[in-house]
Design a protein around this ligand. Structure first.
Ligand code: FE
Ligand code: FE
Ligand code: ZN
Length: 275
């Protein structure tokens, strides 16, 4: 069975998210560990987390894919802001202890003119420090569209971070909109792109997917998500993804412009595409 879900609001706690997921036929989900456009985090509720963890197990959920805040830039130029971002990362990983054994995905960062190598160095140092605590979470670097000075638009950049950190608790979340916008042609050659991923990073590091269509054409480096089947990727791409032996057992999260009924439709659609 495919593990499908979408971003859910964490505002009412973990148990509420599991209930919402169940109500739309999801068996995984994503949530922001704190305000996605700020840095404020909710007070932790261990009893609620324990109840949610039991419900996830009972209902056979796949691994969850928490998402770090968009504002967390581990390679920003200002040293104080950079140190704060690194603290936020470490605190996010600690917070995952409430729902142990899941994934935490984040955008590697933007080097804002300092250069890719410097950016990779800062990101790797922050990750190394945050992972040194050994919290029960696997951290995933998201494949990016390569917008502006974003790091992670090339598989080589993610590989450089993984090598510099040297941890088994570090993997990759592949975002279909981002890789296509980034110049990897999963529409015409999904096998070729995955072969390249395997050659450069290794498919054993691929842990989760974001399923998004794209509002923009191939290699546009734009990053604007579209509902599945309504953008430049098209429904046949998603049919190929959910049936691909290297992908079909991974948690797949939609970040499409939808409310809950739309997500429920996309989950049903994807399940109908599975052969
Ligand atoms: Fe993301
Ligand atoms: Fe994404
Ligand atoms: Zn995106």
């Amino acid at each position: 069975m495919l593990n499908l879900g979408c971003h859910l609001s964490a505002a009412n706690g973990n148990t509420a998210m599991v209930k919402t997921a169940l109500s739309i036929g999801a068996n995984t989900f994503a949530f922001f560990t704190r305000n996605p456009r700020g840095s404020k985090a909710k007070k932790e509720d261990p009893a609620d987390a324990a109840k949610a963890a039991a419900m996830l197990k009972e209902n056979g959920f796949g691994k969850l894919v928490a998402h770090g805040a968009y504002t967390m830039n581990l390679c920003t130029a200002d040293p104080e802001a950079r140190a704060f971002a690194a603290e936020v990362l470490a605190d996010d990983l600690r917070r995952m202890t409430g729902l142990p054994g899941n994934f935490y995905n984040f955008h590697p960062g933007s080097h804002v003119g300092q250069g890719t190598d410097v950016g990779i160095e800062y990101i790797s140092a922050a990750l190394k420090q945050a992972l040194s605590h050994g919290y029960p979470v696997t951290v995933l670097l998201e494949t990016m569209a390569g917008k502006g000075s974003e790091i992670g638009g090339r598989f080589e950049e993610l590989k450089a971070i993984i090598d510099a950190v040297g941890s088994d608790s570090l993997g990759v979340c592949l975002d279909t909109c981002h890789v296509y916008d980034g110049g990897y042609d999963i529409v015409n050659d999904l096998d070729g792109v995955l072969a390249e991923f395997d050659r450069i990073i290794g498919l054993d590091r691929l842990k989760a997917l974001h399923l998004n269509d794209s509002k923009n054409p191939f290699a546009s480096h734009k990053d604007r998500h579209e509902c599945l089947g309504q953008g430049s990727l098209g429904i046949e791409t998603f049919r190929a993804v959910v049936n691909h032996p290297a992908l079909k057992d991974k948690p797949m999260i939609m970040e499409t412009p939808n409310e809950l009924p739309g997500y429920q439709r996309e989950i049903n659609l994807l399940r109908s595409l599975e052969s």
